[in-house]
Structure formats: structure tokens, C-alpha cells
Write a protein of this length. Structure first.
Length: 155
């Protein structure tokens, strides 16, 4: 991989990986570190990807693993709130966005990941199954359970 290819991939994927890390950790400063670690692993990785989709899936998988490692290491430490600027939109819906973000934080990581990939990144259940190395039925079950849990939290 050339320097230009690496820089191009960083520009292409950094925002998506940052959002994924934030959805899992909720700590903006940790998200920066996680994404940086992912790109360091990518730079050191000698693997040749057959296509763009394989590269993207690999980066998502490594980001999820980095988030899990972070959670395991820092489970009992203080986690700061996401910056309000990441919420976007108008002030009228701010309370709803805050409530949704808080409800998402309460979800188990395995549910947060599928919600993020499905609703925020637009992946289908089959694509998520491929990324996470699970069956499509497992992903659809997780999506359904996550929706039910979110509904309870938001009522």
C-alpha cells in the first residue's frame, strides 16, 4: 500500500469509524485513540484486500474489537458525555436526541453495534452478518431485541 492509498483510506473511513467508536464507548477522547489505533493496525497490516467492501468490513471489525478492548480495560472509569455538536439538527428535537443517545448507551454492546451499522451506516442484516461473522438470523434477532429494548427505555 502506498502512502497516497493509505491517506485516501484514512480520509474515506475516519468519520464512519469515529462514529462507530463513539456509539460503543461514548467517550470522544477515547474514540480518537481507538480510530488512531485502528489505522495503525491497518498501516501495519500486510493483508491485501480483494475489494473495497472487504477493506471496509475489516476496518469495522477491528474498530469493534478495539472498542471491546477499551471497555474491558476501562470498565469502571468515568465516561464523559458525547459532545453536543455531534447530535446535529435543530433545538426542538434536542431532548429526543439526548434521550435516544442515553437509551443507546444502556444497550448491550452487541445490540449497539447492530443498531449503529443498520441505522447509521445503512448496512443490511446480511451485510452485518458478514462483517460480524454471524448468521443473518442472529443479526435480525439482535436488531429486533435492540428495538424492543430501546422502546422500553424510551417509554
Amino acid at each position: 500500500m502506498t502512502d497516497d492509498e493509505f491517506i485516501s483510506d484514512v480520509e474515506r473511513y475516519k468519520d464512519m469509524l469515529f462514529r462507530l467508536a463513539c456509539s460503543n464507548t461514548g467517550d470522544r477522547s477515547c474514540c480518537d485513540d481507538i480510530v488512531q489505533d485502528v489505522f495503525l493496525k491497518y498501516l501495519r497490516c500486510r493483508k491485501r484486500f480483494p475489494d473495497e467492501q472487504s477493506r471496509r468490513y475489516w476496518l469495522i471489525r477491528v474498530t469493534i474489537n478495539q472498542c471491546r478492548d477499551h471497555t474491558r480495560l476501562f470498565r469502571n472509569t468515568h465516561r464523559s458525555e458525547l459532545d453536543e455538536n455531534t447530535a446535529g439538527g435543530n433545538d426542538g428535537a434536542l431532548d429526543d436526541r439526548i434521550a435516544l443517545r442515553e437509551a443507546l448507551k444502556k444497550l448491550a454492546p452487541k445490540y449497539r453495534v447492530v443498531i449503529f451499522l443498520h441505522y447509521y451506516e445503512g448496512y443490511s442484516a446480511a451485510e452485518i452478518a458478514s462483517i460480524l461473522h454471524l448468521s443473518t438470523s442472529a443479526i435480525t434477532s439482535r436488531l429486533q431485541r435492540a428495538r424492543e429494548t430501546l422502546k422500553k427505555y424510551l417509554e
